[in-house]
Design a protein around this ligand. Structure first.
Ligand code: BGC
Length: 406
């Protein structure tokens, strides 16, 4: 029986290795070291609210832009899973860092494999189901030397890594997420140039995109060849634009390119879809919702329409694999969680097969090019002491889980 035949509802939280582990050495760490100074300069040209400047590190501190020890989750994972269990989570999404498992080409690090075995054991001991992402935006340095996603070789290298991980953890992992938001990532890394390798090149964008398509398919095959009953999916970000505002042909084209194009290319090579949903589309203009610390407008209805869209197109089980808000003062998050989960339940009541909700994130973490200042955690992290402090919204989420009968 595949885990998707069990029909259990999963309440979880999500993280990605590079954003919380600390001590990584990959393409991002290189880029961070090279660009931190420049980014402080840029940040100092903006006006920041006092409450953001008083947190450490602030957008004006260079440390903000260097992942360094991150939230030290690499050493503190057991404590972090106690926190997750404490609020009633029965699932946890995280990524296995390729640069740890294969720091040099073809050389797999036994110690790091054992580390993740311990991570998986710690989750199981707490009754938490692992959902494992295989690529959440970072690459080993040697892969970048070969050209990263722009190179065809990366397809082979990545699927070999996936096979290795699947063989090592065949008894420990049932849910696999091959790629995280490949479509959005490619445009940010290769077209708009604000994530490494920070290119602005349309041809390179196309190449990286189609290599990711092929890599996904190869990885899917590799995972299934290890165990046919693995459930293998993908996480895609979704954007909804309200019918009334945008003319129909523009809307249709936008939806197709933004929400379905990648999935269409890999149709038949995923068993479920993970939706990452955060905000109202900028294309719609302001809609009267509250704004996060990053200036993203809250729009809970959109999560319903994105789930419905995926369901109508693909008719496969769905998970919300990310949904959260940068809100250092935890003023908006309690209602944000309630309203979005309400919409997820509306989708379920309408017969849409949603199997889980994963909040982004369990902990404050390293928000990529923005650095540490945006605070997404159900638990606040004091980056000086690494102490974790529960936010009120964590209790709100715990109450919802306790009272739910999905
Ligand atoms: C990414 C996360 C990120 C979050 C908030 C998602 O698109 O998968 O890694 O932290 O958005 O920006």
């Amino acid at each position: 029986m595949t885990p998707l035949e069990e029909k259990e509802f999963y309440w979880g939280a999500s993280i990605a290795a590079h954003q919380v582990e600390g001590g990584n050495r990959n393409d991002w760490t290189d880029w961070e070291a090279r660009t931190a100074e420049l980014r402080v300069k840029k940040a100092s040209g903006k006006v920041w609210p006092e409450f953001i400047l008083k947190n450490y590190p602030s957008p004006l501190d260079e440390e903000t832009y260097v992942s360094g020890k991150a939230a030290d989750h690499y050493h503190r994972f057991r404590g972090d899973f106690d926190l997750a269990r404490g609020i009633g989570l029965n699932a946890f999404r995280f990524s296995i860092e390729w640069s740890r498992i294969e720091p040099e080409e073809g050389q797999f690090d036994k110690k790091e494999i054992e580390h993740y075995r311990e991570v998986l054991r710690a989750l199981r001991e707490r009754g938490i189901e692992p959902f494992v992402t295989l690529w959440h935006w970072t690459l080993p340095i040697w892969v970048v030397r070969h050209g990263g996603w722009k190179s065809r070789k990366t397809i082979f290298h990545f699927s070999r890594f996936c096979r290795k991980v699947a063989e090592e953890f065949r008894h420990d992992i049932r849910f696999w997420i091959v790629l995280n938001e490949p479509g959005l990532w490619t445009s940010e890394a290769y077209l708009f140039g604000f994530k490494p390798p920070a290119k602005r090149n349309i041809i390179a964008t196309g190449r990286a995109y189609f290599h990711l398509v092929r890599a996904h398919k190869e990885a899917y095959r590799a995972l299934k060849s290890v165990n046919t009953s693995f459930s293998v999916g993908i996480s895609e970000s979704g954007e909804w634009i309200e019918p009334r505002i945008i003319p129909r042909p523009v809307r249709y084209l936008f939806h197709y390119l933004r929400n379905y194009f990648f999935l269409k290319r890999i149709e038949g090579f995923f068993d479920f879809i993970g939706l990452n949903y955060y905000r109202r589309s900028a294309l719609m203009g302001p809609g009267g919702g509250a704004f996060s610390d990053m200036g993203w407008e809250v729009d809970p209805e959109g999560i319903y329409y994105r789930l419905r869209g995926f369901w109508q197109r693909f008719h496969l089980p769905l998970f919300v694999t990310e949904n959260g808000i940068a809100d250092a003062r935890d003023e908006l998050r309690p209602k944000f969680i309630q309203d979005h989960i309400e919409e997820v339940m509306r989708a379920r009541n309408d017969g849409i097969d949603v199997r889980g909700y994963f909040h982004w994130s369990l902990l404050d973490n390293f928000e990529w090019e923005e650095g540490f200042w945006p605070r997404f955690g159900l638990f606040e992290v004091d980056y000086r002491t690494m102490e974790r402090k529960k936010r009120e919204s964590a209790d709100v989420y715990a109450d919802i889980i306790r009272n739910s009968k999905p």
